[in-house]
Design a protein around this ligand. Structure first.
Ligand code: ATP
Length: 450
């Protein structure tokens, strides 16, 4: 994990937020490469579920909703974690991470029943702590003007259910999806971007006829899992965890988490829940507006059930980085220079790699080679995220690109000047082949999409 965190900082993927002020706990900045990587992941999600299917529509809604939303959804009452406090130093921990006197999960206290901060052994009784961030709307800071930052994107899909369904003439079964930021005032943080206080979720609320929910649930678990695997998460590092009846969320009939083997242990990457008609019914009750569906064919009206696959984009990104991270001791023997140090290859799937192609002049002190390399760079720039690099030996430049996961590197050399072709090097196989400059755009396009 330390190696991943260090690579992320060094190569511009992820930084601690407000680092110059000492950082803010559990907030992270995506740097220049991280921001592109994250967007690529979100775009793949949109392509898979919105572009390629015709039964799911996308919405994009504010992080603040009408405060009644959270009364209706049960979050004010139930969105809590049990909190205990060390009586000696007042450090706070999640009590549900404590089992038989030991801290488990992502608790900070490691020793048996002992506070990691001061060694104290005396804790307060657990009390319920609401995880929603509060704020005020307008200039008056009183209870009547209190609002919450959403802890999940899902609720807007319920409050907009009729608007989205009618405007797009959707027929059940259909889904409403959203990608957006969510906020939770987590008690126990840590493990890098795994548990942040602001994170991004990609959620689908998939509405089905009551009675068809159990089959739809099963289907979505597989669909969701396949999406993750297809992006590059290794199958052997995933497992399913079925929630026990007694520990289900207040709205859920059935929940399965897909867990990933993170460097710190198996933890939830994503979850699929059968939320029944709980949310639509509750919002109907609290708003006085009917949130039902009329089936034209069978002339029947009902409140649909909903299957919710919910994915944390940051947790997925961390899993993808972990599985892509490959450290080769002693380096790869590619160039004549001997490389003794470790070499990192980030084997990201081509679909999500932030930089697709690097253009490298073999030497930087030959004007005509540099000129040609810049021409190739300009030629490809409209089509791909691309970098130009002329600093350092060619072997070192390959390694810099390998480290950020760039699938292809192009080298412009003396032969290029005569034959109008370049060397195309593959990140994973290190195979090099000559390609005509005029064919480059098409060849790259083909290989990036294969
Ligand atoms: P956990 O048990 O780890 O706290 P949860 O069960 O509360 O997670 P859900 O409410 O099911 O999580 O949220 C749906 C998804 O949102 C999770 O599967 C996860 O990917 C993501 N997620 C939840 N909380 C966080 C967080 N603090 N930081 C990053 N991602 C999160």
């Amino acid at each position: 994990m330390e190696k991943i965190v260090s690579l992320c900082k060094r190569r511009g993927f992820i930084f601690q937020s407000s680092e110059i002020y000492g950082g803010v706990e559990a907030f992270w900045d995506y740097g220049p490469l991280g921001a592109i990587l994250k967007n690529n992941i979100k775009n793949e999600w949109l392509k898979t579920f919105i572009q390629k299917r015709n039964d799911i529509v996308l919405i994009d809604t504010p992080v603040i909703m009408h405060p009644k939303t959270w009364e209706a959804s049960g979050h004010i009452q139930n969105f809590t974690d049990p909190l205990i406090e060390c009586k000696k130093c007042n450090a706070r921990f999640r009590a549900d991470y404590m089992k038989d006197g030991n801290f488990v999960g992502q608790g900070k206290a490691k020793e048996k029943n002992q506070c990691v901060q001061c060694g104290g052994k005396d804790f307060t009784e657990a009390k319920q702590f609401n995880l929603m961030f509060k704020t005020f709307l307008g200039s008056v800071e009183d209870d009547a003007h209190q609002a919450f930052l959403r802890p999940e994107t899902a609720q807007a899909m319920f409050t907009d259910f009729v608007l989205a369904q009618e405007s797009m003439r959707m027929k059940i079964p259909f889904g409403i999806a959203q990608i957006g930021h969510s906020f939770r005032n987590e008690i126990t943080t840590g493990n890098f971007i795994f548990r942040s206080r602001e994170f991004e979720q990609a959620e689908i609320e998939y509405f089905v006829k009551p009675g068809n929910d159990e089959k739809a649930f099963e289907e979505w678990v597989t669909i969701w899992e396949n999406f993750i695997i297809n992006l590059g998460v290794k199958k052997e590092n995933l497992r399913r965890y079925e929630h026990k009846k007694e520990s289900l969320s207040h709205y859920s009939k059935r929940t399965i988490d897909i867990e990933y083997k993170y460097p710190f242990g198996w933890s939830e990457l994503t979850g699929i829940a059968n939320r029944t008609n709980y949310d639509l019914s509750q919002h109907s009750k609290f708003s006085g507006k009917e949130l039902s569906y009329f089936d034209e064919e069978n002339k029947e009206k009902y409140v649909p059930y909903v299957i919710e696959p919910s994915l944390g984009i940051d947790r997925l990104l961390l899993a993808l980085l972990t599985d892509a991270f490959d450290e080769i001791k002693g380096g790869r023997t590619e160039t004549t220079e001997s490389v003794k140090e470790e070499e990192i290859v980030l084997r990201l799937d081509k679909k999500i790699a932030p930089i697709k192609v690097a253009v490298l002049p073999l030497v930087k002190n030959k004007e005509n080679i540099v000129k040609k390399a810049k021409e190739v760079y300009q030629l490809l720039k409209p089509y791909f995220m691309i970098q130009y690099d002329e600093v350092g030996s060619i072997g070192r430049r390959y390694r810099r690109q390998d480290e950020i996961g760039t699938p292809f590197a192009i080298t412009v050399d003396f032969e290029t000047l005569e034959k109008e072709d370049v060397t195309l090097r593959d990140r994973d196989t290190m195979k090099q082949e000559r390609i005509k400059i005029r064919d480059l755009a098409n060849v790259l396009k083909e290989r990036l999409e294969s």
